[in-house]
Ligand binder design. Structure first.
Ligand code: 5CU
Length: 396
């Protein structure tokens, strides 16, 4: 089927013009500042979103907000469809008094951005750009306003979900106040793309050498996502809202690697043991994972861990019962797990330093899919685009 052969990028960002204007007005991080280039009166804009950005921030321009630039990038890399989302830190730094109207305006802007994109010439039933909206998840915003924004997003035809950070209303994703939010999102069938911004444990205090953004981006971001989704699972959100669809950035961070350790810690903890309906590993089979891991071994490992989730239905199952459930071959598990992985680029982040035509970050993530030894062409096509089409229900 033609739809299965499409290349769909589900991890691709913009700073919508309205948001960029807001960042230009700010005097503290996150902000966009203007500074002289040193060539006469010429100035350049720099984006500062992380603390202590080296070099006074990074160059920012139309690649961060212009639809034409996004489409040119897509064409250069053979990307048929992009599911775009506002980049971090979203509305986190916005005062509650402004967050609701800004979220609603940005959702309307994003719908226009997507609906004005061309259709796929080979298949008129697809637009080239779809989007994920924003919720005003800011401390002090009434829950009803968040529910209203969920309703707004679900009425905008080209918005297929929401992007969400890890802080919730400031108290994390296990905050009881968020219960009606999970309920409404699940009912609306919207996908949550869970994405980090703050990072944790970049180890600055353990050494002095300058490593640019490597530690917070490579290690801190994924650990932040790991903690946020773990808190959500441990609070029983999935037991109460089993149809909730959450897609984890950066292949779920460390969750796949640590899920058996997590399970063991839960089993032996007097406060948490028995709280959940299932073994923690079972919940990994309820989640989706982007394939932004840059290596075939990592992708294969993540697919194996997701694919075995069904073996752990019962949090109280003894070792022999679980062993009986492992009768399925590891091969089958990896193929099943690949049904929950979706390719992405992280554009416009990670541009090539050498100005190469094609972006290494993009090419590497595509090659990783090709090189997973236990996947067949069926899994590769699914991860490249088929899974995105079904998860986001993209066909119009
Ligand atoms: O390079 C970066 O700072 C980032 C970022 O902030 N957010 C993201 O999604 N990817 C890279």
């Amino acid at each position: 089927m033609a739809a299965r052969a499409l290349l769909v990028d589900i991890h691709t960002h913009i700073y919508p013009p309205r948001y960029a204007s807001y960042l230009r007005q700010r005097t503290s991080v996150p902000r966009i500042l203007s500074r002289p280039t040193g060539k006469g009166s010429e100035t350049e804009e720099r984006l500062v979103i992380l603390n202590d950005e080296p070099g006074g921030g990074r160059p920012v321009g139309p690649q961060y907000w212009d639809r034409g630039e996004k489409l040119r990038f897509m064409d250069k890399h053979g990307i048929d469809i992009s599911v775009i989302s506002t980049a971090n830190p979203w509305l986190d730094p916005i005062p509650a008094t402004e967050a609701v109207s800004l979220a609603e305006d940005m959702n309307t802007d994003l719908e226009e951005f997507c609906s004005g994109s061309p259709s796929l010439s080979s298949d008129e039933s697809f637009k080239r750009v779809y989007g994920l909206g924003l919720l005003p998840l800011v401390s002090g915003v009434p829950i009803q306003s968040i529910l209203d924004t969920i309703s707004q997003v679900s009425t905008l035809p080209h918005l297929k979900g929401v992007i969400m950070g890890t802080r919730g209303l400031g108290k994390g994703l296990d905050d009881e106040a968020l219960e009606p939010v999970w309920e409404a999102i699940a009912k609306a069938g919207l996908v949550i793309f869970l994405h980090p911004h703050y990072g944790v444990a970049d180890g600055r205090e353990w050494g002095e050498r300058e490593n640019g953004h490597v530690l917070p981006l490579a290690l801190g971001f994924p650990m932040e996502t790991t903690i946020a989704i773990t808190r959500l699972i441990l609070s029983g959100v999935y037991d109460r809202h089993p149809s909730l669809k959450i897609l984890l950035a950066h292949s779920g961070g460390c969750l796949p690697q640590l899920s058996s350790r997590l399970s063991s810690c839960v089993t032996h903890d007097p406060i948490v043991a028995g709280r959940l309906k299932h073994d923690v590993r079972w919940y990994l089979g309820k989640l989706w994972f982007d394939a932004v891991a840059y290596g075939p071994e990592e992708l294969e490992f993540v697919s194996a861990v997701i694919g075995r989730a069904e073996r752990y239905p019962d949090t109280h199952a003894d070792v022999s019962t679980q062993a009986a459930l492992t009768a399925d071959s590891a091969q089958w598990s990896k193929q099943e797990g690949a049904r929950r992985m979706l390719w992405g680029t992280d554009h416009p982040f990670f541009p090539p330093l050498d100005g190469n035509e094609k972006w290494k970050s993009v090419v590497e993530n595509l090659r990783a899919i090709d090189d997973v030894t236990s996947w067949t062409e069926t899994e590769r096509l699914a991860v490249r685009g088929g899974n995105a089409i079904s998860l986001f229900n993209l066909e119009t």
